[in-house]
Design a protein around this ligand. Sequence first.
Ligand SMILES: Nc1ncnc2c1ncn2[C@@H]1O[C@H](COP(=O)(O)OP(=O)(O)OP(=O)(O)O)[C@@H](O)[C@H]1O
Ligand SMILES: [Mg+2]
Length: 313
Amino acid sequence: MDEVIISGLTKKFDDLTAVDHIELSVPEGSIYGLLGPNGAGKSTTIRLLCTLLRPNEGTAKVGGFDVIESPVQVREITGVLPEEGNHTLYQTMSAYENLEYFGKLYGIPINELHGRIEELLTFMDLWERKDDPAGELSTGNRQRLALCRALLHRPKVLLLDEPTSALDPVAAKRVRELILSLAEKYKQTFFINSHNLSEVQRMCDRIAIIDEGQILISGDTEELRSRLQASENFRIRVVEDQETALSIIKSMNFVTSVDREADSILATIDDPINNNTILLQALLSKGVRIIEFAEEEASLEDLYLDVIKGGVK
Ligand SMILES: Nc1ncnc2c1ncn2[C@@H]1O[C@H](COP(=O)(O)OP(=O)(O)OP(=O)(O)O)[C@@H](O)[C@H]1O
Ligand SMILES: [Mg+2]
């Protein structure tokens, strides 16, 4: 079953169409990544899904509930980390009191609530800070606390707006691991906005790239990466005489781009399975001594940049 189903969803702010007829669906227990540059429409999409904003057109269902017809039910089954995560916290209440307050609002039985709070605060390395007012925590620690708040009532669907943006690398890794384990163990479904391509690549089953309110491309993470396989980057390092190597590489009609880096040459080759040996032989036949001729794994970043520049449809 799909836990999030978006169809023709549109949000306008006066003349600006922030979200423009988007379509997507997120299967139960999966992790969906919405990627895009600043102002693309990512946060607006999350605000529409968590019923903070009302769409102008289209529909969205979360856990089977329509965001316009059943906003209360949608809120009950979702956990949200908004873009301004700390705005969802009471600044003068301690970390612990914040979670206790929201836990009671969600109707979590009191004997269970304390155990869950301790577990989450400990996991996020916040237990020592449990008595600090939320407003006095560092930005990263406030983001951790806001994440605890989103997870506390064990919602079926989590809508997380850049969940690791303020976290240090160790904390970011822990959060990614937590998300992966929750999706697997409890079949919780995650919809995540992110700028961080490598993070999305490692964590999400499916991704969509959004720009100017429109989804440019979407699909299974591996499938999207394999679309890049039509051309591949090769790193070529030679003993000396980089100039000769460079002119040979440039003269090949299947080489679509060449970049010179400090001690190596990066060439993009069409149809690499056939053409990489042709290039290698051409270099060797001209006496170029090669130290390295290695394929660079195509990353989502290449795809992302291609898509944003309009190179991949
Ligand atoms: N309340 C609002 N009123 C008017 N315009 C808005 C409002 N909220 C968002 N916008 C505009 O809608 C567009 C999409 O904004 P949104 O916040 O969804 O982008 P985003 O993809 O989350 O960007 P970022 O990566 O910077 O967080 C932007 O042009 C933004 O200026
Ligand atoms: Mg945003």
